[in-house]
Design a protein around this ligand. Structure first.
Ligand code: GLG
Length: 832
């Protein structure tokens, strides 16, 4: 605190204390110091972005003090640490949440004001680190937030991509990708640790040798070696001293290699080696599903996993008297999807080849250390690597995987004698259509706990994709329904609601989200309802300004805001949403006297650059939007906006502005969803299928506060088994036929009948995600939405109930479950 040193403070602490105090004066001094010593520009040339960097550095200093205290407490006192391995961390802008977490938003605003700066303007200068594609990467970021807030020692381990997810521009209705050069202005949050550096091998061969004790051993002789360097970003908990860390690895050339080449005079060879090594962490793969067979992607995965495991073993070595055998007592490693699953083989290599443990002991340690979270059932998303490529890239790891597999299949054989088909299904090596290494199987066999991310998803996992493994080890499986952090997605994103909640139920809800239930008694209170609507209207006006600024489209904040933001994917069915819009357009055009409750449809999301149909769906949305927004017959009732470059920053404006949340994936395809939770917390009602966490959202909100439609996962499977014929649905529904006709006949594309043809043809001939089978039910549910919207008090009550009952979807609940059931890590309060 600013009031001065406590009695135990050393002189050194006293100094740092006053330098890093939390009052406006200390913060202002911190900013001024950093402007002078870290930014170093003449005062007359200082712009808001310089104040942003100076404030960020001043905030980071304060977090570093907490970080030092946290490390001391957790490591020296011998507490277990959670290590979250993830190829993606979609952290979002840092300054706002860090101010919130430290409780210094007002103090920072005052300090800046004294320097003639505006906090909001300074906040807007931050370039967000887009080191993730979507839900999976953002989940990792929410989990780091909750781990720190729940005072659990934790390290996030990942990759410091030089280019994150591409920036999306919309030109003539098409997505255009631009590289995301997020580091170009520097990143004030990270601390480079050139001394925290590990060598990572690649290619080469393995050989037998005799060690000093004349024991036969195997070692890997890599053909190439890179160096990983740690960059640490502090992760502050909310209203606690705990500050954890996100360690991201950056690839460099090994100095000695470069030197050797230089000495022989081949300077350019040396530089080239540096360039090649650095490509490993150059760019994030912009795909939800892995691109099978991309060697660089395997190298990225192995690179960060190897650095991270070496770092963990190094920390163990540094703890005097701690043997590597204590690994599972001191560290819990969670594999976020299969991307880091090569860790199972790498840890075995480190323990057996380098630490010389015997196989059985090493295996027991490995299984006790790892947990595996599965995030998808889509078959194309389950990672496999062509065997030949894997062998060439990681020859020693392939040998280890063979040995793991040999022992594992023996176990299966003992449990299910004579079941050859089962052995083939469960093997770590796939045989169908060219041999492959099955990474989901490796992760499953190497983990003591395996979880799905929503109740339905876990259930499907246990009975379809991983059914054989569930039958062998039912006790290893469990569900951990996803959650999202209310700090960013409620308090930061929705300051109006935050204030109303504080005033209505008092503080404390932000770390105990179940307390939102205390809103229920106010659900029908006219005064509270009016305040609730005012907050929502303010959020809608804020989004309308943003949309206007970025698209030129005008939205009326009094209309129903119907929003779908997420990756563009056939299974998420943005095109089903468009069919509804075109249906309304068609009805209004057919009948000049028709009126409907006015609606603003808002879309946002990126398509993987190589995903042809997803990019056509973006074009479809924009084409329909252009026509609708400019046609006076309909634009009194309908508007359609596509928000370019959906990211964490604009997401914070979008979720709080929604009246209606579109969660309309084909049942059985969306593992969980997390956007659905962010909308709910902010008082949106959901129109959705029984898919992913929608099921639990509906259970919590109450079925009367949720617009349900569509085939269930079982029905979807049944329809597919019976031979789905989408054309039958068109033949039986003249309105649907007319709607598809409008899309195909050039109505929305200035007469061009080719551009949207692939979307129509795909639906008519194939429709793998049952858009047409669910169309009628979707329209009927949308009618219920419109009817409910007409009753303002009724809608407001439902909106309040949705927020009030969203407590389950806090990432604090999810992380508490992981800590209790999988990691066995309790709170470690760091003294203030
Ligand atoms: C996946 C799934 C989402 C899930 C997310 C986090 O598709 O349904 O919510 O992980 O578990 N690739 C993803 O985003």
């Amino acid at each position: 605190s600013a009031s001065g040193p406590s009695s135990e403070s050393t002189p050194e602490q006293t100094r740092s204390h006053s330098r890093t105090g939390m009052d406006p004066d200390s913060i202002r001094r911190g900013i001024v110091d950093h402007l002078r010593y870290s930014i170093g520009r003449p005062a007359a040339t200082l712009r808001p972005e310089h104040y942003y960097r100076a404030l960020a550095l001043a905030v980071r200093d304060r977090m570093q003090d907490n970080r030092v205290a946290s490390t001391r407490t957790s490591l020296e006192l011998g507490h277990k640490v959670v290590c979250y391995f993830s190829a993606e961390f979609l952290m979002g802008p840092q300054l706002g949440v860090n101010l919130l977490d430290l409780g210094i938003e007002a103090a920072a605003a005052t300090a800046l004001a004294e320097l003639g700066q505006d906090l909001d303007e300074v906040l807007a200068c931050e370039e967000e680190p887009g080191l993730g594609n979507g839900g999976l990467g953002r989940l990792a970021a929410c989990y780091l937030d909750s781990l720190a807030t729940l005072e659990r020692p934790a390290i996030g381990y990942g990759i410091r991509y030089e280019y994150g997810i591409f920036d999306q521009e919309i030109r003539d209705g098409w997505q255009v990708e631009k590289t995301d050069n997020w580091l170009v202005a520097g990143n004030p949050w990270e601390i480079a640790k050139p001394d925290v550096s590990y060598r990572v091998g690649w290619r080469g061969y393995s050989e037998h040798y005799r060690d000093a004790g004349d024991v036969d051993r195997v070692r890997w002789v890599p053909g190439r070696v890179l160096r990983g360097v740690a960059y640490d970003t502090p992760v502050q908990g909310y209203d606690v001293r705990t500050c954890n860390v996100l360690t991201l690895w950056s690839a460099h050339a090994v100095d000695s290699f470069a030197l050797a080449a230089f000495n022989t005079g081949d300077y350019y060879k040396a530089v080239e080696d540096e360039v090649n090594s650095e490509t490993v962490t150059k760019v994030l793969y912009p795909n939800d599903e892995p691109e099978a067979g991309k060697r660089l992607r395997l190298l990225q995965q192995y690179f960060f996993v190897s650095c991270s495991l070496q770092h963990i073993l190094h920390i163990l070595d540094d703890l005097a008297g701690t043997s590597v055998r204590a690994l599972p007592e001191r560290f819990a490693v969670q594999l976020n999807d299969t991307h880091p699953s090569i860790a199972v083989a790498e840890l075995m290599r480190l323990l057996v080849d380098e630490r010389r443990l015997d196989w059985d002991e090493a295996w027991a340690i490995t299984v006790a250390t790892f947990g595996y979270t599965n995030h998808t059932l889509l078959p194309e998303a389950l990672e496999t690597w062509p065997l030949a490529m894997f062998d060439e890239s990681l020859p020693r790891h392939l040998e280890i995987i063979y040995e793991i597999n040999r022992r594992f299949l023996d176990e299966v054989r003992a449990a299910f004698p004579g079941d050859e088909a089962r052995l083939r299904r469960m093997s770590l090596i796939g045989e169908e259509g060219g041999k492959t290494v099955r990474m989901a199987h490796l992760a499953t066999v190497g983990s003591h706990a395996i979880n799905g991310v929503a109740a339905l998803h876990t259930e499907l996992l246990e009975h379809s994709v991983l059914a054989d493994f569930y039958q062998l080890w039912p006790e290893r499986f469990g569900n951990k329904t996803n959650g999202v952090t209310p700090r960013r997605f409620l308090a930061r994103a929705n300051p109006g609601l935050r204030e109303l909640l504080d005033a209505t139920i008092g503080p404390g809800w932000l770390t105990d989200l179940d307390r939102l239930r205390e809103l229920e008694p106010f659900a029908d209170d006219p005064t509270f309802q009016r305040q609730w609507r005012e907050v929502k209207r303010g959020n809608k006006a804020r989004l309308a300004r943003y949309v206007h600024e970025h698209t030129g489209i005008e939205l009326n904040p009094d209309w129903l805001f119907d929003i779908q933001v997420k990756r563009i994917h056939e299974y998420k069915r943005q095109h089903l949403n468009v069919l509804h819009i075109v249906t309304l357009y068609h009805r209004l055009k057919q009948d000049p006297d028709a009126t409907i409750a006015p609606r603003a449809f808002v879309f946002g999301g990126k398509a993987a650059p190589g995903y042809f149909l997803a990019k056509r769906i973006i074009k479809l949305i924009n084409a329909v939007g252009e026509r609708v927004n400019n046609d006076p017959d309909v634009n009194r009732f309908l508007r359609v906006a596509f928000v370019p470059n959906f990211n964490v920053q604009n997401a914070e404006l979008i979720y709080p502005a929604a009246d209606l949340s579109e969660q309309i994936s084909t049942a059985g395809k969306e593992a969980s969803g997390t956007g659905n939770m962010k909308f709910m917390m902010n008082g949106a009602l959901t129109i959705g299928t029984l898919d992913g966490a929608n099921v639990e959202i509906r259970d919590e909100a109450g079925p009367e506060n949720f617009f349900l439609f569509g085939r269930t996962a079982d029905e979807v499977e049944q329809i597919k088994r019976d031979g789905y014929r989408p054309a039958d649905y068109v033949d039986g529904n003249p309105e649907l036929a007319a709607v598809l006709g409008l899309i195909g006949d050039g109505t929305f594309t200035h007469g061009d009948t080719e551009v949207l043809r692939p979307v129509v043809d795909n639906l008519y001939r194939d429709d793998p995600f049952l858009v047409l089978a669910d169309y009628a039910a979707y329209l009927e549910a949308q009618e219920r939405v419109s009817a409910a919207w007409a009753d303002s008090a009724g809608w407001t009550r439902m909106s309040i109930y949705n927020s009030a009952r969203s407590g389950k979807f806090s990432s604090d609940r999810a992380i508490a479950e992981y800590c209790d059931d999988i990691w066995d890590v309790g709170p470690v309060p760091v003294p203030k």
